[in-house]
Ligand binder design. Structure first.
Ligand code: HEC
Ligand code: HEC
Length: 688
C-alpha cells in the first residue's frame, strides 16, 4: 500500500495536495458559521448524482416527459426517493445559498482582496437559480408548464431585446416542445458545466485568500482537518437527513400532464420565487409595468449587492454597516413577501378551489396511468381529456349550472353565488337554482323523490322567471303548457296517493318500484336486486299495489315504462306523457339533453334549452352523460365535497327538503336478496 502511494505521489504529488487541502489554517478555531460553503458543494454533488440517475430514465419531449417522470415516480426502483432527493436538495441549495450570502456579507468576506470571489459567488447564484427555473418545466406537468410560461413571459419584458430573449429561451415564437428540449439542454448540460467551472474558480480563489476569520480570538488556531471537517460533515449529514426525510414523507408532486387547452389557475412559481411573484402584484408595481418590477428592480438590487466591495472600500466601516443593513432589510423583505403570498393564497377561496382541483387531477391522472388501460399512445395528456370523472364536472359547470346544481354546487365544488353589487362587501348571496339538483340523478333517492315527493323535488322550477309568468297567464284564464310542481298530473298523482304510498302495506312495494326504476336507469358502479326489480316492474306496468292504489299503474300514463329506449326514438306514438323507457339511462339522457322539447319528453311544457351538437359536441355529451351515469374507471380520488349543507345554511339561501318528510320505507336494500320469510313477518309485526 505504502509503495503504491509512494509511486502515485512521485508522479502526481497526492501527498502535497492532500496536505494542502486538509491542513489549511483555521485561525480562531473551527466554527459552525464556516460550514455553508461545504454544504453547498455537498448538495450540488447530490444534485449531480441524482440528476444522472433521473436522466437515465427521463425522456424530454411533450409526449414522453410526463410519462417518463411518472415511470420514475411510480415504477422505477427507488425512483420516488431519487426524484425526491433531487427535488428537495434543489430547494435546499437555494436556501443554503441565501444563508451563505448573508454570512459572507456579515463576516465581511467580500472585502478586498476577495471581491472577485464575491462576484464569482454571485454568478454561481444566478446559475443555481437558472437550474431551478429550467428544472421546474421538465416534468411537463400542469404546474411546471404554466408557472414557467409566466417566467418566459417575464423574459419578454427585458428592455430592448425582450422578444429576442423570449424566443431564445422558448426555442421559437411558441411555448412548447422546443422550449422543453431547450430547457433540458440548459438544465442538464450548459448550466451544470458552467456551475462546475465557476465553482472550481470560486474554490481556487477562496483557497488562495483563506477563510475570512470572524473572530480570531475565539479559540486557538487549528487546521481544517479534523476540527472543521467534522463540523462540515455533520452539517452535510444534517442536510442529507432533511432532504431524505422530505423525499420519503412528502414525495415530490407530479401534477396532471401539461394540457395547453386547459386554463390552470393554481400555477405558482416555486416557493422561493413567490416573493418576487407577490412583489409584481402590488398595484403600484403593476402600474409601473412588468419591465420595472421584474427586470429593473431586481437588476438594481443585484447591482447594489455587486458593488458592496466598492461601497466598503469607499466608505470604510460605515460602508460595511450599510451593506449589512441592506442585506438584513432584503432578507426581511423577502420573508415578509413570502409569508404574505402564502397567507393570501390560503385565504383565497378561488385559489384554494383551483388547488384542490389540481390535486384531484394529479391523483386521477396517476390513477388512470397506473390502471388497466395504461397511458394511451397519444400521450398522457389524453388521460384526463377522455375521462368522464374529470370532464363531466367541467361540462356541467359550463353548460348546466346556470339552472341546475349538483349536490348544491356547480359541479366543480363551488357554490353558485350572485355577483356582488358595487360597494357591497362580505360573502355574496347564494343564487337559488331554477331546476332540479342533479347530484343524485337516476339513483334510488332520485326515484324515491319522484314517486313520493314530486312537488318538493322539483320545487326549484318555481324560481324560474317563466314560472311566475305562466302562473300569471293561467290566473288570467289563458292556457299555457308548463310543468307545475304544485299541480300537474304527476304532482297530483303523487299528492293524491300520498297516504297509500306511505302506508305500511305498501312499504315494500315502494322499495321494489324504486329498485326497478333505478335499475332501468342502470347507472354503473351500483348493484341491483333482481327479485325486487321483478316485483317493481309489475307495480309500474300492471299496478299490483295493495289497498287504495291497487290497479293504478305508471303505464296508464307513461305507456313505454319498462320497455327499451329505442335506438332511433321518434314521436309518432307519443302519448303526451314523458317517455319512461329506460328513464335516466345513458341513452335516455343523451336523447333528452339533445331534445327536451320533443313530444316524447316534455313537449310544449319544456323549458330547458335543447343542446345541439354545435353547443355541446357529441364527444362532450358522451363525457357528460357517462359522468352522470357513473360510467368511468372506478376511482379512489375524492369527489368534490357536497355543498348541500352550506347551500341550505346560507342566510336567505334555498332550503333543502326536510329529510323527515321522506318515508322510512325507501331505505336502500342492504342485502342483494329478499329477506327470508320469517324476517319479513317480523318486520310486519314491528309495523303493527
Ligand atoms: C335554462 C335552464 C336549464 C339549463 C341550462 C339546463 N337545464 Fe336541465 N332542466 C331545466 C328545466 C326547466 C327542466 C325541467 C324539465 C323541462 O323543462 O324540460 C330540466 C330538466 C332536466 C332533466 C330531467 C329531470 C327530470 O327527470 O325531469 C335533466 C336530466 C336535465 N335537465 C339535465 C340537464 C343537463 C345535463 C344540462 C346541461 C347540459 C341542463 N339540464 C341544462 C332547465 C335547464
Ligand atoms: C296521471 C298520469 C301519470 C301517472 C299515473 C304517472 N305519471 Fe309520471 N308524469 C306524468 C306527467 C304528465 C309528467 C310530466 C311532468 C309534469 O307535467 O309535471 C310526468 C313526469 C314523470 C317523470 C319525470 C319525467 C322526465 O322525463 O323527466 C317521472 C320520472 C315520472 N313521471 C315517473 C312516474 C312513475 C314512476 C309513475 C308510477 C308510479 C308515474 N310517473 C305515474 C303523468 C303521470
Amino acid at each position: 500500500m505504502k509503495a503504491l502511494l509512494g509511486w502515485l505521489d512521485d508522479r502526481v504529488g497526492v501527498q502535497k495536495l492532500m496536505h494542502e487541502a486538509l491542513y489549511e489554517r483555521v485561525p480562531g478555531g473551527a466554527r459552525w458559521r464556516y460550514v455553508w460553503g461545504s454544504t453547498l458543494v455537498f448538495t450540488f454533488t447530490l444534485q449531480v448524482i441524482t440528476g444522472f440517475m433521473l436522466w437515465s430514465a427521463y425522456s424530454p419531449s411533450t409526449r414522453t416527459a410526463w410519462e417518463s417522470v411518472f415511470y420514475i415516480q411510480n415504477e422505477m426502483f427507488l425512483g420516488a426517493i431519487i426524484r425526491g432527493l433531487h427535488h428537495y436538495s434543489a430547494q435546499a441549495m437555494v436556501v443554503l445559498m441565501a444563508i451563505h450570502l448573508m454570512q459572507v456579507v456579515i463576516d465581511g468576506a467580500y472585502k478586498a482582496p476577495r471581491e472577485i470571489n464575491f462576484w464569482l459567488g454571485m454568478v454561481l447564484m444566478m446559475i443555481v437559480l437558472g437550474l431551478s427555473l429550467t428544472g421546474y418545466l421538465l416534468p411537463w406537468d400542469q404546474t411546471g408548464y404554466y408557472a414557467t410560461q409566466v417566467t418566459t413571459n417575464i423574459m419578454s419584458a427585458t428592455p430592448v431585446v425582450g422578444a429576442e430573449v423570449q424566443t431564445l429561451a422558448q426555442g421559437g415564437r411558441d411555448y412548447g416542445h422546443l422550449t422543453l428540449t431547450r430547457f433540458f439542454a440548459m438544465h442538464a448540460g450548459m448550466l451544470p458545466a458552467m456551475l462546475v467551472g465557476f465553482l472550481a474558480l470560486h474554490i481556487y480563489v477562496f483557497r488562495r485568500h483563506g477563510l475570512t476569520v470572524h473572530d480570531p480570538k475565539h479559540a486557538p488556531e487549528t487546521t481544517f482537518w479534523p476540527d472543521q471537517v467534522l463540523k462540515d460533515a455533520v452539517a452535510c449529514l444534517a442536510v442529507l437527513a432533511t432532504v431524505l426525510m422530505l423525499a420519503v414523507f412528502r414525495p415530490a408532486e407530479l401534477s396532471a400532464p401539461a394540457d395547453p387547452a386547459v386554463k390552470f389557475d393554481a400555477a405558482r412559481p416555486e416557493w422561493y420565487f413567490l416573493f418576487l411573484f407577490r412583489f409584481l402584484r402590488f398595484h403600484a408595481v403593476e402600474a409601473l409595468g412588468l419591465t420595472f418590477g421584474a427586470i429593473i428592480v431586481p437588476g438594481i438590487i443585484m447591482g447594489i449587492i455587486a458593488v458592496m466591495p466598492l461601497t466598503e472600500r469607499v466608505l470604510g466601516r460605515f460602508g460595511h454597516m450599510l451593506n449589512k443593513a441592506f442585506m438584513w432589510a432584503m432578507a426581511a423583505g423577502v420573508v415578509a413577501l413570502t409569508v404574505l403570498a402564502f397567507y393570501e393564497d390560503a385565504n383565497d377561496k378561488g385559489h384554494q378551489a383551483a388547488l384542490a382541483e389540481a390535486h384531484r387531477d394529479a391523483k386521477r391522472a396517476a390513477e388512470l396511468a397506473a390502471g388497466p388501460d395504461k397511458i394511451p399512445v397519444e400521450g398522457a395528456v389524453s388521460l384526463l381529456r377522455r375521462d368522464p370523472f374529470t370532464q363531466g364536472p367541467r361540462l356541467f359547470a359550463q353548460h348546466c349550472s346556470s339552472c341546475h346544481r349538483f349536490n348544491g354546487h356547480d359541479g366543480r365544488g363551488t357554490l353558485v353565488t350572485d355577483a356582488l353589487k358595487p360597494g357591497q362587501t362580505g360573502d355574496p348571496a347564494i343564487t337559488p337554482p331554477t331546476a332540479a339538483d342533479l347530484g343524485n340523478f337516476g339513483s334510488r333517492e332520485w326515484m324515491t323523490a319522484i314517486v313520493v315527493d314530486y312537488s318538493n323535488h322539483f320545487r326549484w322550477l318555481k324560481n324560474a322567471g317563466w314560472y311566475a309568468e305562466a302562473q300569471k297567464k293561467t290566473a288570467a284564464g289563458e292556457s299555457v303548457d308548463f310543468i307545475d310542481p304544485d299541480s300537474s298530473e304527476m304532482a297530483n298523482w303523487t299528492a293524491d296517493n300520498q297516504e297509500s304510498l306511505k302506508a305500511a302495506e305498501n312499504a315494500d312495494n315502494v322499495k321494489a318500484l324504486v329498485e326497478f326504476l333505478a335499475a332501468e336507469a342502470g347507472h354503473q358502479q351500483s348493484e341491483f336486486d333482481a327479485a325486487l326489480i321483478q316485483k317493481g316492474r309489475a307495480l309500474a306496468v300492471d299496478g299490483t299495489w295493495a289497498g287504495a292504489l291497487a290497479g293504478t299503474s305508471c303505464a296508464s300514463c307513461h305507456e313505454t315504462i319498462g320497455s327499451d329506449f329505442p335506438a332511433t326514438p321518434d314521436d309518432s306514438s307519443a302519448s303526451g306523457y314523458p317517455t319512461m323507457a329506460k328513464y335516466g339511462s345513458a341513452a335516455w339522457l343523451k336523447d333528452f339533453i339533445r331534445h327536451p322539447d320533443a313530444a316524447r319528453h316534455y313537449g310544449a311544457k319544456n323549458r330547458m334549452p335543447a343542446y345541439s351538437p354545435e353547443q355541446l359536441s357529441d364527444s362532450d355529451l358522451d363525457l357528460l352523460v357517462r359522468w352522470m351515469t357513473k360510467d368511468y374507471t372506478p376511482t379512489a380520488v375524492d369527489d368534490y365535497p357536497s355543498q348541500l349543507a352550506a347551500f341550505s345554511a346560507a342566510p336567505g339561501g334555498p332550503a333543502v327538503p326536510d329529510a323527515a318528510a321522506a318515508p322510512a320505507a325507501v331505505e336502500q336494500p342492504s342485502e342483494k336478496t329478499d329477506p327470508p320469510a320469517d324476517e319479513k313477518s317480523a318486520d310486519a309485526e314491528a309495523a303493527k
